[in-house]
Ligand binder design. Structure first.
Ligand code: ZN
Length: 202
C-alpha cells in the first residue's frame, strides 16, 4: 500500500512552515483528517493495519485512541479488528478517560493514533488506561514520523521516542521529515512564521 501517494492524492501532505504539537517546527505536515474524510480510504488503511496486527498474533480486547487526532483511525481500526473501542481526551490539559468508559483489570488495549511522532500523546493516554487496570499490548498509527522504530522497518529508534521498547509499534509507512527546535529552525531564520496546522484553512 502506497500511503505516501494516498496522502498526496488527498492533499494531506502539506508543505509550508508548521508548528507541531511537540513545539518543534517542520516544513511538512501530514493532515490525516483530509485522508480520513473518505470513509472508504479510512477503512482501507485500517484493514491494512489490522492485517499486519493479526499476522503478528497480538491478542487485543480493545482499541483506545487519544482525541482528537486518533479518533477516526481508532474507530476504523477497532472495526477492522472487530474489537471494542474507547477514547481518551484532554480535560484542562490532562488526559482522561470519561463518558462512562470502563477498563477491566488485565484488558489488553492497543493504543491508536493517526500519526506518531515521539508518541507523547499515545503514552499519556496509555498511562490512564494502565491506571484503570488495562494492559498496553501495542501502539499503532497510520504513519510514523520516524522517531520510533515500527515493526518491519529499518528506521531506527531516536532518543526522543517516548514509546516503550518492550511493546510492538505498527504503522503503514515511515515519513522521516526534518524537524527543528524553534531557535534552530531555518524557516524561522528566513523570516517566515510557523503556523499551527488546522488553522488558516489547512
Ligand atoms: Zn520555524
Amino acid at each position: 500500500m502506497d500511503v505516501k501517494k494516498i496522502y498526496m492524492d488527498a492533499d494531506a501532505l502539506l508543505e509550508g512552515h508548521f508548528k507541531l504539537s511537540s513545539g518543534n517546527h517542520s516544513q511538512f505536515y501530514l493532515q490525516s483528517a483530509k485522508v480520513l474524510e473518505d470513509p472508504r480510504t479510512a477503512q482501507l488503511l485500517a484493514r491494512a493495519l489490522a492485517d499486519e496486527i493479526k499476522e503478528s498474533g497480538l491478542k487485543i480486547d480493545t482499541v483506545c485512541a487519544p482525541a482528537l487526532g486518533g479518533l477516526i483511525a481508532g474507530f476504523a481500526l477497532a472495526q477492522a479488528l472487530d474489537v471494542r473501542y474507547i477514547f481518551a481526551e484532554r480535560v484542562d490539559g490532562v488526559m482522561s478517560i470519561r463518558r462512562g468508559f470502563e477498563v477491566s483489570k488485565g484488558e489488553k488495549v492497543l493504543m491508536c493514533e493517526d500519526i506518531i511522532t515521539t508518541g507523547g500523546s499515545a503514552m499519556e493516554a496509555a498511562a490512564v488506561v494502565k491506571e484503570l487496570g488495562g494492559e498496553i499490548v501495542g501502539v499503532v498509527a497510520l504513519a510514523n514520523r520516524g522517531f520510533c522504530k515500527r515493526e518491519n522497518s529499518d528506521v531506527t529508534t531516536k532518543p526522543n521516542c517516548k514509546l516503550p521498547q518492550n511493546i510492538p509499534f505498527f504503522a503503514l509507512e515511515d515519513f522521516t521529515f526534518e524537524m527543528y527546535s524553534p531557535d534552530a529552525c531555518p524557516l524561522c531564520k528566513d523570516g517566515s512564521e510557523a503556523i499551527k496546522p488546522g488553522s488558516r484553512g489547512n
